[in-house]
Design a protein around this ligand. Structure first.
Ligand SMILES: Cc1cc2nc3c(=O)[nH]c(=O)nc-3n(C[C@H](O)[C@H](O)[C@H](O)COP(=O)(O)O)c2cc1C
Length: 119
């Protein structure tokens, strides 16, 4: 698999990264090492713990160039208590549009100019 950059979108469960997603990273070191990475999390509290854990796994473990400013989507209770799932056009998502655009732009910038990743 060849990827120019990786944008991880993950829910948070019990303050952590879903096990199956972590397992994916453990198999992809060689394919993803050094690449730019962005993080989007969602959950009842936006998945902040998952985001911080992902920064450690991707940044330190896989030595990826992780964009520090991640996007966190806080879900209303109905998304946890029922089968309702995000479609992408809800306000809880669209209110982050500016951040999402910035995140993707930063991934493109780091892809085009890897030496500027820390700037
Ligand atoms: C068992 C369980 C634990 C959860 N723990 C957290 C949590 O620690 N932090 C958080 O922000 N959201 C938490 N959530 C909310 C989930 O992130 C949210 O329900 C999300 O939609 C789950 O992803 P899915 O819809 O792909 O299953 C939890 C949900 C469940 C069911």
């Amino acid at each position: 698999m060849k990827w120019d950059a990786v944008l991880v979108v993950s829910p948070e469960y019990n303050w952590g990264v879903p096990g199956i997603l972590k397992n994916t990273f453990d198999h992809l070191y060689k394919e993803w090492v050094g690449k730019p990475a962005g993080i989007i999390t969602f959950g009842s509290r936006g998945g902040s713990n998952c985001a911080e854990a992902l920064k450690v796994v991707l940044g330190n473990g896989l030595r990826m160039s992780v964009v520090d400013k991640n996007v966190m989507i806080s879900l209303p209770a109905e998304y946890m208590m029922t089968q309702k799932r995000l479609q992408g056009d809800e306000e809880v998502v669209t209110e982050h549009e500016g951040e999402l655009v910035e995140l993707v732009a930063e991934l493109v910038r780091r892809h085009d100019m890897p030496q500027a990743a820390q700037a």
